[in-house]
Structures are given as C-alpha cells and as structure tokens.
Write a protein that binds this ligand. Structure first.
Ligand code: NI
Ligand code: MN
Length: 230
C-alpha cells in the first residue's frame, strides 16, 4: 500500500489502484504549506467527523476531482448542500463494498459538529478490508477518538490490523500511551501516528512516541513524504 502524509490526520492511500484521501485539512495547516491542494487527485474522500481540522478542504477537492465522499449521513448531506453531489452516506456499524475494498464504520469517542454549527452525526473510524498480492489486509483509521474498549471488537472481528492510523496528540484525542493500548487492543502490526504537532495543544515528545511503540512497527511520516507500507 502506498501512503503519502499530507499533515495532521490527512493521508492519501493507494489501494487496489484507487486513490483514497482521509480527512483533508491542508490549506489552513501552516505545517503543510508546501502542499498544493489543487494538485491532489483522488477517487475517494473519507471523512471521519465534521471538525474543521478534518474537513476543511473536502468541498474543494471533491468538486474539482469528482471524488466520492464517504462519511456520516449528516456530513454527506451537508456537503451536498454545498454542491458536492457524489457522496456515499454511512453510519457506525455499517459496512459497504467499494471497488478498492470493504469499509466498515466503527465507533469513535469524540464529537462531530460541522464548522458552521450544523450537526455532523456520529464521529467514526474506518476499518478497510482489501486484498494485496492475494493476501487480505486490514487497515484501521481511527479518526479522532479516545481510547475505547470497543476497539477490542475490532480485534475480535478481524483478528489483527495490518496498518493502524491512530491519533497520538492528546488533549483532543488519545495521547501516546492510550494509543499504545489501542494498538494492543486491535492487535496492530504497523502503527501510523497522526493528529500531533499541528497546534500547541497537541505537540508531542517524539522520543516518547518511539519508546512507547518499540514493540510495533512504527511508521512516522514527514509531511509530504510518501512510503510503500507492506
Ligand atoms: Ni475532532
Ligand atoms: Mn481533530
């Protein structure tokens, strides 16, 4: 799987030849100022919840690329009122088979107001099941969330997670040590940290991060960096 980090919780993945963008927050992010949002091409945009630091660039990218937006019912409707017509609404507990793999929406313990105060529905995480080189892979994108015991259900259902994208910035979400428990709960192989260093509230100690995840494969990205994760 090819992964490019675009800052904060925004990643672009290539799975089964399709490009999938998570939680686009680029133009307001000072740390991502070298990324030109107008050059991003994508087939899908997955949005975990309605906060601005996850949805800021969704409308412009969706309109320019025609990408299908996968998010809560409320967020897909809200983007629809702004002229984003290609949406697939979901909600926690639901799964749907797309051409890159199957998306299951899972619990995230957070909030989800939209930037104009509209109700954004439930915040969520995504578990994506896809096939690479004839091997079934499981990816967990946690969104913004506290540590929750529901993460054990992910391990129960999928057995393990190949790639776990977990918030580690604390204050608004799990910090490093709760994220470590989350990685253990879902039985992760590779952990990709996100939602850190963007604002003063979520600056982390990178030494603590490396120490905490010493028993895991830890894939830390620079903004703009692209890696092939296997
Ligand atoms: Ni949030
Ligand atoms: Mn956030």
């Amino acid at each position: 799987m090819n992964v490019t980090y675009l800052g904060h919780s925004c990643f672009q993945l290539t799975i089964s030849g399709k490009k999938i963008l998570f939680d686009p927050f680029i133009t307001p992010n000072d740390l991502a100022k070298d990324i030109d949002v107008n050059t991003i091409e994508t087939d899908y945009i997955l949005i975990s919840h309605g906060h601005d630091d996850h949805i800021a660039d969704a409308e412009s990218i969706a309109k320019r690329t025609g990408a299908k937006v996968i998010s809560s019912w409320e967020i897909v409707q809200w983007l629809g009122t702004k002229g984003v017509e290609n949406g697939h609404p979901m909600n926690t507990g639901g799964s749907w088979e797309f051409d890159f793999g199957t998306v299951k929406c899972v619990t995230a313990m957070h909030s989800s107001g939209l930037p104009d105060g509209s109700y954004g529905g439930n915040p969520m995480g995504f578990v994506i099941t896809y096939t690479e080189h004839d091997v079934e892979k499981y990816l967990y994108y946690a969104g913004d969330t506290a540590l929750t015991y529901d993460m054990k259900l992910i391990e129960e259902e999928f057995g393990h997670i190949d790639f776990a994208f977990l918030p580690v910035g604390d204050n608004f979400t799990m910090g490093i040590f709760d994220a470590l428990k989350a990685a253990q709960f879902v039985n992760a192989d590779t952990v990709i940290p996100m939602h850190y260093d963007t604002f003063g509230y979520i600056v982390i100690d990178h030494g603590d991060l490396k120490d905490a995840f010493s028993d895991f494969e830890l894939a830390v990205f620079n903004i703009g960096e692209e890696k092939e994760l296997t």
